[in-house]
Ligand binder design. Structure first.
Ligand code: UT7
Length: 311
């Protein structure tokens, strides 16, 4: 038996902000944003919807989708860099909102790699039989730390939540291999100051292209697989050009890369699970498919894993 995904859920705010909308409020263009990033629109949460609210909506759906109730959850991990407050954690707030038992709950701060960090952490507790069901949530309300006067970052981000209930799945399915890493010396390239996201786009771009490709190849090798065994690549949806670079490194065709960046932008910790759930809902990813998920983010951090889809 191995650790895998038993159910998933998502929440995206209703309000759609298109590139054309942004053209009206800042010195940018739909053409620039599309060609440099692949983004067409993003979702922005309203003032009354905070990170824990989005996490709750996605988590409730994931638990239901797994055929469980909140009382069945043994651990809550929330990957976010935009918590409602520095503390209590979103995970603790979520435990209360869900009406879960007094189980352990904590946030994971690994920026856009956070969901992969969460899945790998959940796997350890599931493999050693400490916990049966672990709720892992990737959630961000990036709009509250976005500097709308900085066109270099403002056009990139969106708000969203996606959640997975993890537990034991049948032999051969679930997580087959993983890799996590961090290089704190690169923290200066992507961080939050007192208020806003600050980014050296070019440095982050170079790091991402190198690291995403390398980690994706590493996890495939670690699982004893070949590149041609991969059914779908689910990269962190940060920039289509970065995603393409990792796809080319894995030598997989265009239609085997899951792409949702055009409709959500970069939603940090929720981007990978959001892309996964959309692809499953649309019938693209099917039982038994071999998936490679790979992400990078502020820290700098990175994480990748191979997962055989299904229970
Ligand atoms: O989850 C991790 C988060 N971070 C990332 O994934 C970011 C990684 N980096 C990137 O995705 C890219 O570096 C960006 C999309 C941020 C920028 O693309 P780029 O091709 O590296 O552009 P650049 O920063 O080299 O800027 C090129 C030009 C500049 O003008 P000049 O100096 O050539 O006249 C910028 O001022 O584009 C200008 N520019 C813009 N123009 C219109 C920068 N932002 C914009 C904008 N609209 N929004």
């Amino acid at each position: 038996m191995s650790a895998g995904i038993l159910g998933m859920g998502k929440f995206v705010p209703e309000r759609v902000v298109t590139n054309i909308d942004l053209e009206k409020v800042m010195d940018t263009s739909d053409e620039w944003i599309r060609t440099r990033t692949g983004i067409e629109e993003r979702r922005i949460a309203d003032d009354n919807t905070n990170t824990s609210d989005m996490a709750f909506a996605a988590a409730e759906q994931a638990i239901k989708n797994a055929g469980l109730t909140a009382k069945d959850i043994d651990l809550i991990l929330v990957a976010t860099v935009t918590p409602d407050h520095p503390f209590p954690s979103v995970a603790c707030m979520l435990q209360d909102k869900l009406g879960a038992r007094h189980i352990p709950a904590m946030d994971i701060s690994a920026a856009c790699s956070g969901f992969i960090y969460g899945m790998v952490t959940a796997k350890q507790f599931i493999d050693n039989r400490t916990f049966q069901h672990v709720l892992v949530v990737g959630v961000e309300k990036l709009s509250k730390i976005t500097d709308w006067d900085d066109r270099g970052t403002a056009v990139l981000f969106g708000d969203a939540a996606a959640a997975a209930v993890m537990g034991q799945v049948s032999d051969g399915k679930g997580i087959l291999s993983f890799e996590l890493g961090a290089d704190g010396s690169g923290g200066k390239y992507l961080y939050q100051d007192d208020r806003f996201i600050k980014m050296n786009g070019r440095e982050v771009f170079k790091f991402a292209v190198r690291q995403m490709g390398e980690s994706a190849v590493n996890v495939v090798e670690k699982a004893g697989l070949k590149k041609e065994d991969i059914d779908y690549l689910i990269p962190h949806q940060a920039n289509i050009r970065i995603m393409e670079a990792s796809r080319e490194r894995l030598e997989i065709p265009e239609d085997k890369m899951i792409k949702t960046i055009q409709k959500y932008g970069n939603t940090s910790a929720s981007s990978i699970p959001l892309a996964l759930i959309d692809a499953v809902e649309e019938g693209q990813i099917k039982d038994g498919d071999l998936l490679v998920m790979v992400g990078f983010g502020g820290g700098l951090t990175w994480g990748a894993l191979t997962l055989k889809w299904g229970k």
